[in-house]
Ligand binder design. Structure first.
Ligand SMILES: [Zn+2]
Length: 199
């Protein structure tokens, strides 16, 4: 195989390791990069390098932080009044992007799902309990409104009961900007059940 073919093949091989990308998809992306201008390829390389070199996952809270900051913000107890518990890093980033919560996060690494062999010991509940010491006022449960997310929320509620802190969960209701007519029955039913008092 010529050198060029080897390089292209290496790129295709690397791309097939990404989730949801098969051989055909990897080939398409590889040739897109080959045909694109220099800047597109360079931007892609530098983004990949930034992710790989500059970000690190915290062993304590499961969030990612910039390596240059040496330690994750969860290590300074001063801003640990509110902890938002999420299933995955992407959920925490989603909430972070709303700028509506300025506390810290705890990433469980998934949700309780016995059918998939995921029990409490597979998730980082112990580390969360270890973080709940002096100063923590509230734990906000932000697991998904799914079967496994609900099971995880119930488990969290149980283990947090003996700590004298406020435990809340993200509200479940109507999507902002939606129209009742187009929302599924289950969501409407939950919104009625979870209705809020106005006065
Ligand atoms: Zn951390």
């Amino acid at each position: 195989m010529s050198n060029i073919a080897t390089y292209i093949d290496q790129l295709i091989e690397a791309l097939t390791k990404l989730p949801g990308i098969g051989r055909k998809g990897a080939e398409r992306i590889a040739y897109f990069i080959i045909h694109s201008d220099d800047k597109t390829a360079k931007d892609l390389v530098s983004s990949l390098e930034d992710i790989g070199d500059k970000l690190q996952t915290c062993e304590n809270c499961g969030m990612i932080f910039l390596q240059k900051e040496k330690e994750c913000s969860c290590s300074s107890a001063s801003n640990t009044k509110h902890i938002c518990v999420v299933e995955n890093i992407e959920d925490a980033i989603k909430i972070q992007n709303t700028h509506s919560f300025d506390g810290l996060y705890h990433v469980l690494g998934g949700a309780i799902s016995p059918l998939d062999g995921i029990g409490p010991s597979e998730l980082s509940f112990d580390k969360l309990l270890g973080r709940i010491s002096n100063g923590v006022e509230e734990v906000i449960i932000a697991t998904n409104p799914s079967t496994s997310g609900n099971a995880t929320a119930m488990y969290l509620q149980k283990i947090l009961k003996e700590h004298s802190i406020r435990v809340s969960r993200l509200a479940i209701g109507l999507p902002v900007g939606s129209n009742l007519e187009y929302i599924d029955d289950k969501t409407v039913a939950t919104a009625i059940k979870e209705r809020v008092e106005l006065n």
